[in-house]
Design a protein around this ligand. Sequence first.
Ligand SMILES: Nc1ncnc2c1ncn2[C@@H]1O[C@H](COP(=O)(O)OP(=O)(O)OP(=O)(O)O)[C@@H](O)[C@H]1O
Length: 656
Amino acid sequence: MRSTSTSVALRQARQHLLESGQCPIGLVDERLARSWQRSLDSGLLPTGRLGNPDNLEHQALRQLRGHHQELLAHSRPVMEYLFEQVRDSQSVVVLASPCGTLVDTCGDAYFLGKAERVALSSGASWHEKQRGTNAIGTALAEMAPVEVHGAEHFLERNGFLTCAAAPILSATGQILGILDISSEHSRGNPHTLGLVSTAAHMIENRLLVSGSQRHVRLHLHTHPEGIGTVAEGIALVSEDGWVVGGNRSALALLRISVAQLGSISLDQILNVDLQELLARHHRRPDAPLSLRRHDGAPLFGLPVPDKRTVRTLPPSAPARLPEDALAQLDTGDARWRAAAAKTRRILGKPIALLIQGESGVGKEWFARSAHQSGPRRDGPFIAINCAAMPESLIESELFGYSPGAFTGGRREGRLGLLREAHGGTLFLDEIGDMPLALQTRLLRVLQERQVVPLGSAQPVAVDFALICASNRKLREEAEQGRFRTDLYYRINGLAVELPPLRERTDFEALSQRMLQDIEPARHLRLDPSLMAALEKYRWPGNLRQCASVLRTACAMLDAHEEMVEWHHLSDDFLEELQSADRFSTPSTTERPPQNLDELSQSAIQQALESCRGNMSHAARTLGISRQTLYRKLALRKERLAAPDVQHSARGLLSGR
Ligand SMILES: Nc1ncnc2c1ncn2[C@@H]1O[C@H](COP(=O)(O)OP(=O)(O)OP(=O)(O)O)[C@@H](O)[C@H]1O
């Protein structure tokens, strides 16, 4: 968006906005009007103070920066170069995340100080919802380069700024970040938007090249000399010839849209297919090749097959020594360790791994680490939760579909997750929940190692390591006809069972590891009495529940505190821990029941434990109604609360 509003029209428009609280029609250009309207819809007032912007604290900002590490690393040199170009104009160069939070700044010390006063510093959110019309937030909303001058800013307090911002896009058109140059309004330069857009392209190209390991890169231009310049197109072509990504210039040169990525092959666009292109390149490796689009337009192209493309990674290829990611998860439990040791032996071999265990025991984490420990770790790890995906979608999500294959599908078709896993690992979580009909299709893919997308007759070869997980006993499911026996044997090359948390012997080391993961910069510890109580707890939600309890407790700590104590736990968990401990208090359980009443209490306790606290189920097991069960429990609670059996909560829970 280049502003076209004249200053007179802008002044009138602003007056209208201030007086009527409504967006003027026809006085400012359409994009600015749309942005003002969005600002009004977010409840902002042009003269208003900032409400409570979503600025990030130090720790959260560090996490966000960690998440965008690659973007930051590739952007920093470009930002510094960009700053050199605008050094004399008292400016600041800013990088924002896709949610509008500033993650890096580089600039003039004097102006940086001033900019920080309007929160142009890392951690501040410049989303339109927080700060109204501004170049960063508006570029995000419009997904296009934008400049916003002085009074075009929705909030008056930002009226002294002039800003130009451009989105940084991924090879598949997703927004990765926003690059922005902000300076004082009086210092605005008509070329800033062009400069910032070019710099955004430079970052996109760097990211594209560094992330293209599994594909052939095709560098394109209309002149051979244009290849290697910032204006070149870079397309990513999969090993089987599909155009799966590209920068904006590549899409323009190939005349395709982002929506067509993954469903159009190179030979549908150019007069060569991938194999021929590579063969010609092999004969003349350094010279750009003369190509032609099917509409007759000439192009020049230089293919760069990455050394690590999947074709060069057959199972027999010598792989780099595996980094042992599994060892990093090992906190000492013998059963877990045995499962990891067996898994290590099959990594890189064509043997499917089946991980079983209760919900939350860490099956997915185990699978990811197995992938990272094996020779395919540079390939993708595609995780699919068969239980979470609507049945009607599983087929198209897994197998993909060709353009127009069915009503409601994306016009441009879809690659499908099985093909996305090519060269890496496919992780099918909760495979026991996959409908029978799809089990049949999956079995065929695993046997034939090729996928036929919906609506297409053309099979496409796929190569991935397979890991499946289930919290049901799949053998029993197969015996009862709910799971295909032949598929069971196909996915069960090696089956490992991860132990539930209550049966692990490494609670102390595991919880310590979790605390370290939650707050890596602090040396947090658990109060010993709390540790003892947590160790005894049954953890129906396993590691997931434990990590969540600790995360909440850590959030309650003051900055100087390092010991997680009882009062840091959330009330409902404390209550649960307390009642669980009461059920297993030695006075009621360790000696045999002495009378009818104790016998009945003991039976209730056993039923509740075996039904994992499900009251209806426990009542059925005991042969009594739910109301009676609740009455009996209330009676027991009253007794436990009676003065002669009452202890302080802490003493009781810690077993003292
Ligand atoms: N080895 C580990 N060390 C620390 N935390 C872990 C570990 N494994 C799992 N967790 C914690 O447990 C959570 C659940 O793990 P994960 O999703 O792998 O379990 P799951 O068995 O696949 O669960 P589900 O069966 O419900 O899909 C993780 O988000 C993480 O917080």
